[in-house]
Every structure is written in structure tokens, then in C-alpha cells.
Unconditional design. Structure first.
Length: 294
């Protein structure tokens, strides 16, 4: 049985840990509120922009000729892996890294064997994980979440788009956590380039309609496709940002509860140890008194 001093030390340590996890939960909750508002406001815009592009592209031959639509044999692959900069968020980072590795092993094993799979890491945890595994990692944007803004994500998107049109990559995918609620994040892997045609119901209905374009058809398509791609990446980053704070809030809440349970157990141990020590002292006093009598 541990001594009273050891138990007191453990109780003190766990109380300090519980205070820290409570504070981290409150910070995550405050950040989550802002991040959740951002992604909820972004989703309708991103969805409508994609629908508009699908509708216009259904009646425009130029969309198929866009450099971002060019399908080539997949020799070189880029994975945009979005993780967080810090841990203490449960399985948030682990799940994204596992999904990315699963994609590589199942779909791009041959390309990976030749060293033709590269990683663009948004977030430090993903960069560290893939560097340890020997992948070529672009770490230019690992600090994106330090001051998250559309301008920073747009720069990353433009770099990837330019690399694709230059033939450096034949396929680009995004792997990230989609925010559902505080307790649930859904792992997503979306093809970024070449653009995947996903015609909506409205696009199918209007596929045979002759459009009048103002300004020109070429100008509209040329402007909309890059903008849609930038918004797609920004939306994925916002989804991941909200998911991170939700995951951290949940993890810290569970850690606080676990610390409370452990405190209850340790207090029982402390009381039992204290009672045993008192009983032992009483027995020693009684034994000494009996010895004096004899």
C-alpha cells in the first residue's frame, strides 16, 4: 500500500492536470464558436459556386478545354494533408494521417515506390508524420493556422494549380476532417485536380440550353474555375479548423472527467491508508500499555 505522502502527491498532481484540461476545454470552446460560424457561412457560398460552375460548364465547350480539366496518366501525385499544429485533440490528426497513408498504399503504391508521391502539409503534425516516413513534404504552409486567412490559402491553391498545369503533378487530392458537430468529425478525401465533373440536377436539365454569355464565355469560364478551386481548398481548411477545436474540446472534456474519476479513487485510497495508519498507531499504543502492565 502506498504511503500517505505518495497518495497526497498524486492527488495534487491530478488536481493540477484537471485544472489545465478544464482551461483548455474552455479555450477550445471559445475558438470553436468562431470556427463553426466561419464554416457554416462558407458552405452555402461554396456549394452555390460549384453549382453555377456545373451549370455553365454543361453548355460550354471551353470548360472541358480548361488546363485544370486535363486528365493525364497518373505518374506524379500530390496529397494536400490538413492537420493541426498541436496535439491533445484525440484521434483528430491520427485519422487524417491514416487516411492519407491508406490512399497511398491502395491507389498510389507504385507511384510511392518510385518516389512520385509528394505531400503538401497544412499543419505541423502532418508534416512531421510524413517526414518521419521518408516522403517529400512541402512545408511552406504548415503555419497556415497561426493566422488563418483566405489570402494565405489562396496562395497555396495557386501554387498547386500552377504546378498541375505545368505538368509537375498529374493528380492532386485533399485529405481533411469535415466538421459535423462537436463530437463528430468525418474524414474526407476529395480530388482537387483535375476537376471532377459532378453535374447537379439543374446542370443536367439545362445541358442542352444555348447560353448568352456576358462578358464572353471564355472570360467567365477562365474566371470561375480558378476561383472555385481556391474556395474548395479554403473550405477544406475551415472544415479542418472547426473539427480541430471540436475534437480538442471533446478530448479535454473526457480528460477532465477521467481526472475526476481518478481523484475519487485516490481519495478512497488516501482515506483507507490514513485509517490503516491510525489503526496501526492505536494498536501500538495498546500493545505498549499492555507491556507496561505486565
Amino acid at each position: 500500500m502506498p504511503s500517505l505522502k505518495e497518495v497526497r502527491s498524486r492527488i495534487s498532481s491530478i488536481i493540477s492536470t484537471q485544472q489545465i484540461t478544464k482551461a483548455m476545454k474552455m479555450v477550445a470552446a471559445a475558438k470553436l464558436r468562431r470556427a463553426q460560424d466561419s464554416i457554416i457561412q462558407m458552405r452555402p457560398y461554396a456549394q452555390k459556386l460549384s453549382e453555377m460552375l456545373s451549370t455553365v460548364a454543361a453548355g460550354a465547350e471551353l470548360a472541358a478545354e480548361s488546363p485544370y480539366n486535363q486528365v493525364r496518366p497518373v505518374e506524379r501525385v500530390l496529397l494536400i494533408v490538413i492537420t493541426s499544429d498541436r496535439g491533445l485533440a484525440g484521434a483528430f490528426n491520427t485519422n487524417v494521417i491514416k487516411e492519407a497513408l491508406s490512399l497511398i498504399n491502395s491507389r498510389y503504391a507504385e507511384q510511392a515506390r518510385r518516389g512520385n508521391v509528394e505531400i503538401l502539409a497544412i499543419g505541423k503534425k502532418g508534416a512531421e508524420a510524413f517526414q518521419r516516413r521518408g516522403f517529400t513534404v512541402n512545408t511552406t504552409y504548415i503555419d497556415t493556422f497561426l493566422a488563418l486567412s483566405f489570402a494565405k490559402v489562396r496562395t497555396a491553391a495557386e501554387e498547386v494549380m500552377n504546378a498541375f498545369t505545368a505538368g509537375k503533378y498529374d493528380q492532386v487530392l485533399i485529405v481533411f476532417n469535415e466538421f459535423k458537430n462537436v463530437a463528430t468529425q468525418i474524414i474526407r478525401s476529395e480530388q482537387f485536380l483535375p476537376i471532377v465533373s459532378a453535374p447537379t440536377h439543374s446542370a443536367t436539365k439545362t445541358a442542352n440550353v444555348n447560353y448568352i454569355f456576358e462578358p464572353s464565355e471564355e472570360e467567365i469560364i477562365t474566371e470561375m474555375i480558378p476561383k472555385t478551386l481556391k474556395i474548395q481548398l479554403y473550405k477544406a481548411v475551415l472544415e479542418s479548423n472547426a473539427s480541430e477545436h471540436g475534437a480538442r474540446m471533446t478530448a479535454m472534456d473526457k480528460a477532465t472527467d477521467n481526472a475526476g474519476e481518478l481523484l475519487k479513487e485516490l481519495k478512497l485510497v488516501y482515506n483507507r491508508t490514513r485509517q490503516a495508519a491510525i489503526t496501526k498507531e492505536i494498536l501500538e499504543i495498546v500493545g505498549g500499555a499492555e507491556a507496561l502492565k505486565n
